[in-house]
Ligand binder design. Structure first.
Ligand SMILES: C[S@@+](CC[C@H](N)C(=O)[O-])C[C@H]1O[C@@H](n2cnc3c(N)ncnc32)[C@H](O)[C@@H]1O
Length: 280
């Protein structure tokens, strides 16, 4: 029995060593390394897709032309405030319906005093409460800043705002609020998705000294907004946003911001409910 066992081991050992000398082993190794290489390279490229945003933004235009350039590109050169409100909308508007979430927190003043922005880009404006707050503050400080509000003015289904043929009147109520507060000269709005508006600004070379991210709260939306917003940040600017402590979507905003900071080697600090990244 023991001899048989010894025989079996010797036989198999010989079989293995014979195999090792055969050219097939080299071919197998070659094939194996090809498979490993392919798998790792395809997983790397899938991974890097998360960090790839195609357009390289144009050379920066001076802040003094931001409003005019945007009016040309988004409104065929006219003003979106002309002849406001349209007759069919006027009866539905509240004289002033201005509410938000932490929209006049100390963070706005803290950053405006520190960065003295000429251009502010707000990604997510709703009824304009935070934009109005920033406009009034920059006006008081004599900064002559231009605030660009990006919002598709759809918010979410079931909004407490009148609707005409399925068209919720959020944008009109936003404009009404700006008119009521007399800040239309300081604020221009772009009623598009964050993707479309920020991409266009990138192509046009329109950058912000302060960029506020406050649109959707799920990880994927926040991830895209933070990446797109950061591309539009001027040299020595600041990017910040709301909802760092908001548990909605399992802290989607915080996960996106923290991942972004990790990838870029930046530090996130907080100011009240807001996150702040000062890259310089
Ligand atoms: C939380 S509110 C903004 C509040 C505002 N910053 C304030 O404090 O007064 C979020 C806004 O983001 C807008 N929004 C969400 N996702 C968007 C998207 N993908 N494109 C454009 N706007 C979007 C919504 O329409 C909504 O008005």
């Amino acid at each position: 029995m023991r001899d048989e066992h010894l025989q079996y081991r010797l036989h198999n050992g010989r079989k293995i060593s014979t195999l090792l000398t055969k050219p097939t082993i080299y071919a197998s190794l070659l094939l194996l390394s090809f498979v490993i290489g392919y798998l790792s390279s395809s997983s790397m490229s899938a991974d890097s897709d998360h960090y790839r945003f195609a357009t390289r933004c144009a050379r920066p235009e001076p802040p003094s032309v931001v409003r005019t350039k945007l009016m040309e590109a988004f409104y065929n050169g006219s003003s979106p405030y002309d002849d406001f409100p349209p007759k069919h909308v006027a009866p539905f508007l509240d004289p002033a319906k201005i509410n938000g979430w932490d929209s006049n927190n100390a963070v706005f003043g803290n950053l405006i005093r520190r960065y003295r922005p000429k251009t502010i880009i707000e990604v997510g404006s709703f009824l304009g409460m935070s934009a109005i707050h920033m406009a009034e503050m920059t006006q008081r400080m004599g900064l002559n800043a231009q605030i660009v509000c990006v919002d598709n003015f759809r918010a979410w289904p079931g909004l407490d705002i009148p609707m005409i043929n399925g068209d919720v009147m959020l944008m009109y109520q936003f404009i009404q609020n700006l008119v009521h507060k007399n800040v239309t000269e300081s604020i221009l709005f772009l009623p598009y998705s964050t993707d479309a508006a920020l991409e266009k600004m990138c192509q046009m070379g329109l950058y912000g000294d302060m960029i506020e991210i406050d649109a959707a709260h799920d990880f994927h939306s926040a991830w895209v907004d933070v990446n797109r917003g950061y591309k539009l940040l001027s040299h020595k600017g600041v990017i910040f946003g709301h909802d760092y402590f908001n548990p909605t979507d399992q802290y989607g905003v915080r996960r996106a911001v923290d991942l972004f900071a990790r990838v870029k080697g930046l530090r996130v600090r907080t100011d009240g409910q807001h996150w702040v990244i000062d890259p310089n």
